[in-house]
Design a binder for this molecule. Structure first.
Ligand code: GAF
Length: 386
């Protein structure tokens, strides 16, 4: 059953009534541009075919009920109570329910009509494929329609980020929500995270005989704790020491001066962001001038920068990348926030099995849990399904 049918079936089972509609939104992979979003920089993600769906029913009061196929539990609160729950009392809300309730809160729920929401998803959780942005974007798209808010996609993406930052407590940027809201089949989104200007870039994987393979390491990550926030703090420290509003404003040619001003760790964090921004720009240019077969070296350089300078890779991700490249991938890198999750490999169609076999064998040889491997296709963003 796809996510849309599963959400509808769950709604009927949980609420004993028929939903008025179902909306869905995708997860994403990021082709290149990691941790650049909260530095006002550039990213190049694309929405994938895995989606989270929400079936919605209107209520006659001001309450919101949410139920998830994942956990099976139902959470119910008054819309007017959301302002006192978020952000201060978020611990009173079960983890998963902070995402949809946080979006309702971020959209300004008080005074709106109550809703019942049932969620189902086939976006892998904890794999760095933005299962959280998918639930946020599906919720935002649905509430925008039924509450007749008339908000554009960037504004809905910002509401999703606010939910993530303040209701969930993860200090993330805007990339995932923008990818989930604005994805298009066959294209990546070249996003300027300072202005939120988004350009679609044709990927041409099909015509070039290429597949993008996801190698999910099974190492779970969470951005509400630990390393992600530390990296963000280091970037802010670097920007302040260099006297710029954000690391977006530092150019590659400024790096020698930065090396003199910053301690070694902060400098390496800065160098990752500055060179990664340039790699995103270069990738877009290479895609447009030479096509997707030529972007491999940029993906490989991005991974090395994350492993050595930003230090957000883990042995499983490095193994996935090295094994893919050894088996003939044109390029490979970890994708998403790091500290676990998935790697991506750009692979000629005929080499997909060899890459998957090589990654699986390398994991076994290292004593790691077997990875889950699948291909992803650039897909449409949030939409109403029925
Ligand atoms: C996570 C965050 F949610 C994004 O905002 C982005 O920072 C990414 O990690 C790293 O590029 O997905």
């Amino acid at each position: 059953m796809n996510a849309t049918s599963a959400a509808r079936a769950l709604f009927v089972e949980a609420f004993s009534s028929t939903p008025i509609g179902t909306w869905s939104a995708p997860g994403r992979v990021n082709l290149i541009g990691e941790h650049t979003d909260y530095n006002d920089g550039f990213v190049l993600p694309f929405a994938i075919q895995h989606r989270t769906a929400v079936s919605l029913g209107l209520r006659d009061d001001d309450r919101i009920r949410v139920v998830s196929a994942l956990t099976g539990d139902t959470v119910e609160v008054a819309l007017r109570a959301l302002d006192s729950l978020f952000p201060a009392q978020r611990d009173e809300v079960p983890d998963w329910a902070r995402y949809p309730l946080g979006v309702a809160w971020a959209l300004g729920a008080e005074g709106r009509r109550g809703v019942d929401l049932a969620f189902a998803s086939n976006v892998p959780i904890g794999a760095g494929l933005s299962s959280s942005a998918a639930i946020e974007s599906a919720t935002a798209a649905a509430l925008n329609d039924v509450w007749q808010l008339g908000l554009d996609r960037s504004t809905l993406a910002r509401a999703g980020r606010r939910a993530e930052n303040d209701a969930v407590g993860a200090p993330t940027g805007i990339m995932d929500q923008m990818a989930s809201m604005t994805g298009r089949a066959d294209a990546a989104i070249f996003l300027d995270c300072r202005t939120l200007t988004a350009e679609l870039v044709d990927l041409g994987f099909v015509d070039a005989g290429l597949e993008l393979v996801v190698i999910d390491t099974g190492v779970a990550h969470a951005h509400a704790s630990g390393g992600y926030g530390d990296r963000r703090t280091a970037c802010e420290r670097g920007a302040a020491a260099l006297g710029v509003a954000a690391l977006r404003d530092v150019r590659v040619e400024d790096l020698p001066r930065a090396a003199e001003l910053l301690d070694n760790v902060t400098f390496r964090r800065v160098r990752h962001i500055v060179t990664e921004n340039q790699r995103v720009i270069d990738t877009v240019q290479v895609l447009r001038s030479e096509g997707p077969r030529a972007i491999g070296p940029l993906l490989v350089a991005s991974h090395a920068s994350m492993r050595d300078d930003f230090e957000i890779s883990v042995p499983e991700l490095d193994t996935a990348v090295e094994a893919s490249l050894a088996a003939g991938a044109l390029g490979a890198r970890m994708t998403g926030g790091g500290f676990g999750g998935a790697a991506i490999a750009l692979v000629a169609r005929d080499d997909v099995d060899a890459v998957v076999d090589a990654a699986t064998a390398a994991f076994a040889a290292s004593g790691f849990r077997a990875p889950t491997c699948f291909t992803v296709a650039p897909s449409a963003g949030a939409a109403r399904d029925d």
